[in-house]
Design a protein around this ligand. Structure first.
Ligand code: UT7
Length: 330
């Protein structure tokens, strides 16, 4: 067996400002009851003006480095999953690299929306397995409040701001670490979840601002149907091809877009509800941050044991979707 990437550190950071369903009742025509029953969300965090998503990524990474007891200079590579980078360019990886003082690391951003963390983890694991690198930081950070229209009740209740990250290093023992991943994309989903303005197709103009093209748009019902199907399929697929069942899994960490999607995937896998990591009630959908944040919470709660099998799964804009199988190694 070749060398595998193990997760040796995990951390998250959220801003202090809380936006509750009750607050949203005062902003748009909605109710706490509607949001809770349709999505499972009770509150989310908001970063506020003057700071971008890289700020949250730096905070999460600094905590990770401290807990792992290593300096930023030891990092070889930083991969940042985000759809809300501070700027079109330079990328968030350079900003985070600079703020951390990770002067020996290179890095890049990866845009796969809500599947960003799974795609980034898959990518990062290859740099460890190949022997090319020994310390790869994978950050998921999104300031969704920056691209959310707080007059649109169909989207503004869903999203929040957060960052989380993991550190990958080579493992010594066989059978531990990032054991497998299954990723997909299908660009026919591009018409149902998108942000059109500010790219090269629709550069910023008075018209793009007037037409609210700098906010995200979602056809919720269409995306919901695809998400329920694909996230469950890809979660079952990774179990089957590794000859595991839902009963073998210590934790299922799904992307947090809607509690009903999470529940459907867990049922299809045969994973008991107490093994499903859910924090959507407190943070909403934080896009690339949801999965590492769930991992960080159970890690810091002392729930993970060496040898635990963890399945992570996501579905998002593109469409993109994927799953990863990790055996906890520390
Ligand atoms: O993370 C990336 C992937 N994204 C997802 O996986 C999200 C997938 N989609 C969803 O989670 C759900 O579709 C939503 C939570 C976005 C919406 O839930 P839904 O059960 O699909 O509701 P709906 O869009 O079918 O809307 C039902 C009704 C509509 O009213 P009518 O047409 O039945 O009169 C909406 O206008 O609920 C209305 N509605 C609301 N009512 C109160 C929509 N948003 C709200 C709201 N408060 N915030």
């Amino acid at each position: 067996m070749g060398r595998k990437a193990i997760i040796t550190g995990v951390s998250h950071w959220v801003p202090e400002q809380v936006l509750t369903n009750k607050d949203l009742e005062k902003m748009v025509d909605t109710t706490d009851e509607w949001i809770t029953t349709r999505t499972g969300i009770k509150e989310r965090r908001i970063l506020g003006p003057g700071k971008g998503s890289s700020y949250m990524g730096v905070k999460a990474a600094q905590r990770l480095l401290k807990e792992r007891g290593i300096s930023a200079e030891e990092l070889d590579l930083i991969i940042v999953a985000t759809v809300t980078p501070d700027t079109m360019f330079p990328n968030n990886a350079c900003r985070i690299q600079h703020e951390l003082g990770a002067k020996n690391a290179w890095g890049f951003d990866l845009n796969a929306a809500c599947s960003g963390f799974i795609f980034a983890l898959s990518t990062a694991s290859q740099f460890i397995e190949s022997g090319k690198h020994n310390k790869v930081l994978v950050v998921g950070t999104d300031k969704m409040s920056a691209i959310t229209d707080y007059t649109d009740r169909t989207t503004c209740v869903l999203f929040g701001d957060a960052a989380a990250c993991v550190l990958l290093e080579p493992g010594e023992e066989e059978g531990y670490g990032v054991l497998d991943f299954v990723n997909y994309c299908d660009g026919s989903g591009k018409d149902y979840l998108y942000l059109l303005g500010g790219g090269s197709l629709y550069p910023a103009s008075h018209e793009t601002v007037d037409k609210k093209m700098h906010y995200l748009f979602q056809d919720g019902k269409t995306v919901f149907k695809a998400a329920v199907q694909m996230m469950a399929d890809v979660s079952v697929e990774i179990l089957e091809r590794n000859r595991l069942t839902g009963k073998d899994i210590a934790y299922f960490i799904p992307h947090q877009a809607n509690y009903r999607i999470i529940d459907a995937a867990a049922r299809r896998m045969g994973v008991d509800s107490d093994k499903v990591v859910v924090n959507i009630d407190r943070y909403g959908n934080t896009t690339a941050a949801t999965i590492p944040m769930g991992l960080s919470e159970i890690y810091h709660d002392g729930k993970l044991k060496k040898g635990d099998y963890i399945v992570m799964a996501a579905f998002g804009a593109g469409y993109t979707w994927g799953s990863a199988l990790v055996r906890w190694a520390i």
